[in-house]
Design a protein around this ligand. Structure first.
Ligand code: TYD
Ligand code: MG
Length: 461
């Protein structure tokens, strides 16, 4: 690039906003201290290049003339991954898998081709040597006959090889290690990441080859630093989970071809990732009867109901200002629930420290957990254990009323399936779906209207 002139610009690491000078605060996303300096070649376009989708043509056309037949989907022979993709990988899609280092991104993306016989895969590794990939493949096992390993980081070479091979699937590990000659900055910089993603998107759309792109996550939790990457790709899957534990959660946070907020659960074993098709098995830890401060919530994540244990500890405040701390639950919502308990049911919690924890490292935002949260808090406050075959599903309103939640019937059926004997729901819940379900007769559905009614029923003796 001897002839191209260069200039210095500033990019926001969070949103990719470009600016001619440094600023303490990004004017686009409002984040502080996120501007980084980069050199770009002038006279060249640096943003994502124009993409032509096969079959769409280049001229405007009436909506009615556009072919709307269902996309071609390819099964990846992995029930959990297929499900969160919305029923398989769509032809020509660009899928970003993000997560912290060591969580299992490379393992999953190597496991997919190894467990899919007849799939010709081009696995591009910029992070590990071909030998390291071989060692990993030996651990995972499976059929490696259709898997080509390519150790390269220059995007121009990668695209050329991919066009020559025309694989059924391409994996690129990782976006931060790849670079293009078109851009004069180091691998991992905002401009390089944008250019790499744009080149892969163009390749995927022109050839119909689906591409899985791996990206690291920053400390703040956004994928690959700039949010701009999430805008470019079709699907974003994010690996979560405590590194200490062996369970891994894969969450769909963007999906142009399916629903978002779907969740898949895996367990990291000595031979790769095992699908956990019944997530309740990990979220309700086994322990002895009679622990106070524990309540089970029948929640819904995406479209799937499952049960999760809510743990709470209420103790007298050691300092003047009581502490409120929540892991996996919104602390503002916890404060609201405590205020409702104080004002509507007369519990003096303002002089207590309250700690709340969701089992399994899960982040919960289903309002149906409210009922289990207040039950756990009250249980700890009175040191009165809730029987372990009882669970809850209900939202708490500001006047202390218990409101019905979406798909209560499916939650009841899931609780019955897992052997729970009683479930507390709102008095106003509709339970039409239960009539045709034989299993539901095994569980007693207790309808409660407000917080005082809940206390009377739950702690009656
Ligand atoms: P890896 O896929 O390399 O993580 P990432 O690509 O997201 O950085 O995950 C590696 C971790 O998983 C590592 O700590 C080793 C462990 N592991 C297993 O426990 N079992 C296995 O079969 C494999 C392949 C890895
Ligand atoms: Mg890796």
């Amino acid at each position: 690039m001897a002839t191209a002139k260069t200039k210095t610009v500033w990019f926001c690491k969070e949103c990719g906003n470009e600016s001619a000078k440094w600023m303490g605060r990004c004017p686009a996303c409002g984040e502080w201290n996120t501007m980084v300096e980069e050199t770009v070649a002038t006279g060249k376009k640096n943003g994502p290049a124009a993409v032509s989708v096969p079959g769409s043509g280049h001229k405007p056309m009436p909506l009615s003339h556009i072919d709307s037949s269902v996309e071609n989907r390819m099964s990846l022979n992995n029930g959990e991954v297929d499900r969160i993709l919305g029923g398989g990988l769509v032809e020509g899609s660009l899928v970003l898998i993000g997560g912290e280092p060591g969580i299992g991104k490379s393992t999953l993306s190597l496991q997919i081709p190894l467990h899919c016989p007849n799939l010709r895969t081009l696995y591009v590794t910029g992070e590990e040597s071909a030998k390291q990939v071989k060692l990993r493949a030996a651990r995972i096992g499976g059929d490696d006959s259709g898997c080509m390993i390519y150790s390269e980081t220059l995007m121009e070479n990668i695209i050329a090889e991919a066009r020559a091979m025309m694989p059924d699937l391409m994996v690129v590990d990782s976006v931060q290690t790849m670079f293009s000659q078109n851009v004069e900055s180091s691998p991992g910089s905002v401009t390089q990441i944008k250019e790499t993603a744009a080149m892969l998107l163009r390749f995927a759309k022109e050839t119909g080859v689906p591409v899985i792109l791996i990206g690291h996550i920053t400390k703040e939790g956004s994928i690959a630093g700039p949010k701009i990457l999430e805008h470019i790709v079709d699907v974003v899957l994010q690996f979560e989970g405590e590194n200490r534990g062996t369970y891994r959660l894969l969450r769909s946070i963007k999906n142009r071809f399916g629903s978002t907020s779907e969740l898949a659960v895996f367990e990291m074993t000595g031979k790769g990732l095992r699908e956990v098709s019944n997530p309740s098995e990990m979220l309700i830890p086994m322990h002895e009867e009679g622990l106070s401060g524990v309540a089970v919530s029948a929640m819904l994540d995406g479209t799937r109901p499952f049960l999760i244990e809510v743990q709470s500890l209420v103790s007298s405040a050691a300092y003047g200002t009581p502490q409120r701390s929540a892991t996996g639950f919104d602390v503002r919502r916890l404060n609201m629930l405590l205020a409702v308990l104080e004002k509507r049911a007369g519990f003096k919690l303002s002089v207590k420290d309250v700690f709340l924890n969701m089992a399994g490292g899960l982040k919960v935002n289903d309002p149906a957990c409210d009922l289990a949260v207040i039950s756990a808090v009250l249980s700890s406050n009175f040191d009165f254990a809730i029987p372990s075959d009882v669970c809850f599903a209900g939202e708490i309103g500001l006047s202390g009323e218990i409101r019905p939640v979406a798909q209560t019937d499916r939650r009841v059926i899931e609780a019955a399936r897992l052997g729970f004997k009683r479930i507390f729901v709102s008095s106003f819940s509709s339970l039409e779906g239960l009539e045709n379900e034989g299993r539901a007769s095994a569980i007693e559905v207790v309808k409660v209207a407000d917080v005082p009614a809940l206390c009377r029923t739950l702690f009656k003796n």
